[in-house]
Ligand binder design. Sequence first.
Ligand code: SF4
Ligand code: SF4
Length: 136
Amino acid sequence: MKGSLILKKVNSEFIRKIVEVSGVNVFACYQCGRCSASCPLVEEMDILPNQMVRLVQLGNEEVLNTATPWICATCFSCTARCPLGIDIAKLAEALRSISLRKNIDKVKINQISFGELMKLPQIALVSNFRKNTSVS
Ligand code: SF4
Ligand code: SF4
C-alpha cells in the first residue's frame, strides 16, 4: 500500500516500469550494503547489487547497460540478509526483461560455435537462452 502511494508520486516512467514489472519497492532501500556483502557473485559484477538498486531509485537508465542484472544467479542470499527483505533477484529479472523486450539479446545464438554446442549440456544451453535472449 505504502509502495503504491509512493509510486503515484514518481515522475519517471522508467522507475514506474521497473517497479511495476518487478513488484519491488526500490524506495525502501536505504543503502546499507548488506545485500552486496552477502552476494557470492560480486566479483563478477560491474556494479554492486546495492548500486543497482540506487541507479533504479535515481531513474538512471544506464543500469540497463550494466552486467550485474545478467550475472545475478537468483540465489536470494541478498534478500535473506536485507533488513527489509528487498527482492533484488526480482529487480534484476525486471531489468533483464526490459532489455530483452527491446529485442537486444545478451547471447547471440548464431555465434555459439559448433564445438561449444557439442560440449555444453543441453539444459545449460536452454537455461542460457531463456535468461539471455528474447527468443522463448
Ligand atoms: S540490504 Fe536491502 S536495504 Fe540494504 S542496500 Fe541492500 S537492498 Fe538496500
Ligand atoms: S540474488 Fe543475485 S544479487 Fe542477490 S545475492 Fe544472489 S546473485 Fe547476488
